[in-house]
Design a protein around this ligand. Structure first.
Ligand SMILES: [Fe+2]
Length: 192
């Protein structure tokens, strides 16, 4: 379920809005300069769909988004649970911890979720917007915006990533532990 929960940045218990209405989510984010869009998702795509097939399926939308050619590197990031792999729990933990602390990037962080889910926490002026993205959601976190990302304890998503520079994914970490005081993706979904 796509979800937006807005909280005071000084107190996660102060929930100012919680909604799963995509139009309200888009409007609230737009007010704050964050792009949120929904692309139709073909039912046939799932975790087994190859990267090439996925990019081909969304070629028109991707072309539209990149009409000015600003994104030089477009790729697909994916992680799916593999309970047959004894290394999976460690891999999952490592992947999750990578962007779980507050950081920012030198360029916009643009992600389209073709499947699965993940939560962006946008730390704006006095508030934190937890934005759970699922299949069909496109979000663009503006360059310089403080944020963190939680893929949950059982990471499972496929996302198209758009970069202007090859190293556009690199995070500038603030050292602020604010993320620890807010509900995790698992917790947000458990209270749905
Ligand atoms: Fe990020």
């Amino acid at each position: 379920m796509t979800l937006l929960q807005i909280m005071a940045d000084s107190d996660a218990a102060e929930v100012r809005l919680r909604t799963s209405d995509p139009e309200v989510i888009a409007a609230e984010l737009r007010k704050r300069g964050i792009v949120f869009d929904r692309w139709p998702t073909p039912a046939a795509l799932d975790a087994s769909t190859s990267t090439d097939a996925l990019l081909a399926e969304y070629a028109d939308r991707i072309g539209e988004l990149n009409a000015d050619g600003r994104y030089k590197h477009i790729d697909v990031a994916r992680i799916h649970p593999d309970d047959d792999d004894p290394e999976w729990p460690a891999k999952a933990r490592g992947a999750r911890e990578k962007f779980l602390s507050e950081h920012r990037h030198a360029e916009d962080e643009v992600r389209f979720f073709a499947g699965g889910r993940g939560c962006f926490y946008l730390h704006l002026d006095g508030e934190v917007l937890a934005t759970v993205c699922e299949a069909g959601d496109l979000v663009s976190v503006p360059a310089g915006t403080l944020h963190w990302f939680d893929m949950g304890t059982r990471p499972d998503f496929v996302a198209v990533r758009f970069f202007e520079e090859e190293d556009g994914w690199i995070g500038d970490f603030t050292g602020n532990t604010i993320g620890e005081r807010f509900p995790t993706l698992d917790e947000l979904l458990a209270t749905a």
